[in-house]
Design a protein around this ligand. Structure first.
Ligand code: BES
Ligand code: ZN
Length: 606
């Protein structure tokens, strides 16, 4: 019996490596697609068609199964080998929470092309439609996509699995005053005429397909880097992100030539639900990292790093997000060290470890393993510090043991060997054993497995330690004991030291002491979003009431999930706080992205 269960589980896993896709991509796949979509801002919908080029892998197959979510399909056509288009039947499978539903297309013969005419829902989980008032300039509307993890299916019916890759071409129709951009070659669109064409010649997974439409302007930073933004952000963003070219150069030197041609940055409205999204050739970036002093540009290093880890070598399923995000955090930190020095990189590593350690107690032990199981769950829930920071720490462990030179060579070869392919942890392990682990005296296989399979941090973890933080800790305790603010010599503190100071405030700090800090340093009004959100978290947990109006203002302006979700959670946990959290949310909700709404409603139990 036991054996039977094990076998059944084994076959289920083998048969369906990606449980978050309904598609039958092992039987028929679409290596290329063509989009023709119109953005209608009144209806908040994209409408038009997708044409899929099909490759059939089984002679008797007569069905094409796509992923979809809240799509309305008008008709489906198939093109025969002789070039004739025929109407096809289609039906939807059962709706599954957070997954959407299968779109099953009957194919009496194995068509080489299938066209689906459809339109999206105004509530599409992967799109946000902003009215003119919700933008910085307040004169034109804005829309953008966010396809990772499984939201591409809410705006394109396709095989929405990172196991497969595709190239695409697209034509996007918009109001004439707006510009459309995609994570693709944008070069055909010099004239603003409401008719835009794109080409993506490198094969990418579906979650990297991206579109934005707005009153966008462009400014070059170098030959191959530039910024798209609303006017209000354009110059500030160009100044903030001016080191992007240098980041590309150091990354290219360490990990192999940049494979995607251009690297541009799109600055989104503050409702963008993430810090950044590594859409190929065009990272989507929150304006909350434009701090004025480059203190938060590790986010650009991060999204750029995905050009190797993630976009070239791609996690095969969302269980293995660490293969994207852990590798990327590691590469990000190396880029930061090369451009801004080892000291800053060390501080950022230490802050990352602190964030991981703060989150670990809130997670189910099984979710603190690098190889996790998100079947049946919303794969966006895998977005914790575990794949990011624990994944990075595993690679840092290997780097420390083998030395930088060997480890750099290993990674460079890894990216070259598996470029444009999907990766599993098993495959990574096999490669590791064939390469670095050939020398078993430096690192044992068991030590690597401990990192992958055991909950929490591995016994070989070495905590990063920086003097700059030790100094902050010393001053902090002197201040706390004496109530004498002159003990805090903050003039030379970096943003990182401030973050450390705020996050590590001792449990015994009293609300009056917070008030004194706030008065001296204006923390509630900080224009640095990381400082503000760290400070607000402390203010709520220590019942420092004067911060509340500032927290409200922040929650009404910013929709980045990482900031707003914990704040709502904390507010709701305060005595009498649930009503206040609800009241703020009612006011803020219309400006939030659908994904932010889902996440806030989860913590407010709505
Ligand atoms: N690819 C992620 C964003 C993502 C992850 C979207 C999982 C959906 C599901 C992106 O590269 C990212 O990691 N963003 C971080 C940036 C940070 C770690 C520098 C973010 O948004 O906070
Ligand atoms: Zn990332």
């Amino acid at each position: 019996m036991r054996l039977l269960v094990v076998l059944l589980v084994f076959f289920a896993v083998v048969a369906k490596a990606d449980p978050h896709s309904f598609s039958n991509s092992d039987i028929v796949s679409h290596p290329h697609l063509q989009l023709d979509l119109t953005a209608d801002f009144d209806k908040k919908q994209l409408s038009g068609f997708v044409e899929l080029d099909l490759e059939w892998h089984l002679p008797e197959a007569r069905e094409l199964v796509l992923d979809s979510r809240d799509l309305t399909v008008q008709r489906v056509m198939g093109r025969t080998a002789e070039g004739q288009w025929q109407a096809l039947s289609h039906q939807f499978g059962k709706k599954q929470a957070d997954h959407g539903q299968a779109l099953i297309i009957g194919c009496p013969e194995q068509y080489n092309k299938v066209r689906v005419y459809y339109h999206t829902s105004p509530n599409a989980s992967g799109l946000q439609w902003l009215s003119a008032e919700q933008t910085s300039e307040k004169t034109q509307p804005f829309m953008f996509s966010q396809s990772q993890s499984i939201h591409a299916r809410s705006w394109i019916p396709l095989q929405d699995t990172p196991e497969r890759r595709l190239t695409f071409s697209a034509r996007i129709h918009t109001p004439k005053t707006l510009l459309a951009v995609m994570g693709a070659d944008n070069s055909a669109n010099l004239e603003r005429d409401g008719d835009y064409q794109f080409e993506m010649p490198q094969p990418i997974p579906a979650y990297l397909i991206a579109l934005a439409v707005g009153d966008l302007h462009f400014k070059a930073m170098s030959e191959r880097t530039g910024v798209y933004a609303e006017r209000a952000w354009l110059d500030k963003a160009v100044a903030e992100f001016g080191d992007t070219e240098q980041m590309m150069q150091v990354a290219g030197r360490m990990y192999g030539d940049y494979a995607w041609g251009r690297y541009d940055i799109l600055v989104l409205p503050a409702s963008f639900p993430f810090g950044g999204m590594e859409n190929p050739r065009l990272s989507f970036i929150t304006p909350t990292v434009i701090a004025g002093d480059k203190s938060l540009v590790s986010l650009i290093a991060h999204e750029l790093a995905h050009s190797w880890s993630g976009n070239l070598v791609t996690n095969a399923s969302w269980h293995e997000l660490w293969l994207n995000e852990g590798f990327t955090n590691y590469v990000e930190n190396r880029i930061m060290a090369a451009v801004y020095g080892e000291e800053r990189a060390l501080l950022e590593r230490q802050l990352a470890v602190q964030e991981l350690q703060a989150e670990l107690p809130d997670l189910a032990p099984a979710d603190t393993r690098l190889v996790t199981d998100y079947s049946g769950r919303d794969p966006d829930e895998a977005f914790t510090q575990v794949p990011y920071v624990k994944g990075m720490l595993l690679l840092q462990f290997l780097e420390q043991r083998f030395g930088r030179e060997k480890f750099d060579a290993f990674l460079k070869h890894y990216f070259a060997n598996f470029a444009f392919q999907s990766m599993t942890t098993e495959r990574f392990l096999r490669y590791l054993r064939q390469t670095l682990l050939q020398d078993p005296d430096t690192v044992s296989f068991g030590e690597v497995l401990e990192w992958l399979n055991q909950p929490g941090l591995a016994s070989t973890f070495v905590a990063p330690q920086s003097d700059a933080f030790v100094q902050v800790d010393r001053q902090a305790s002197q201040w706390q004991q004496s109530d004498d603010l002159s003990k805090l010599q903050t003039t030379d503190w970096s943003i990182h030291q401030w973050l450390h100071f705020i996050n590590q405030l001792s449990a015994s700090v009293r609300p009056e002491q917070l008030a004194a800090l706030d008065q001296a340093f204006g923390l509630s009004q900080s224009q640095n979003a990381e400082i503000a959100s760290a400070w607000f978290a402390q203010a709520i947990s220590r019942n420092y009431q004067s911060a509340l109006p500032h927290i409200k203002t922040f929650l009404l302006q910013v929709g980045r999930r990482k900031f707003v979700v914990p704040l709502y959670q904390q507010l709701a946990a305060m005595p009498g706080g649930q009503a206040m959290a609800l009241q703020i949310y009612q006011q803020a909700k219309a400006g939030y992205h659908p994904l932010t709404q889902v996440a806030v409603e989860r913590v407010l139990k709505l």
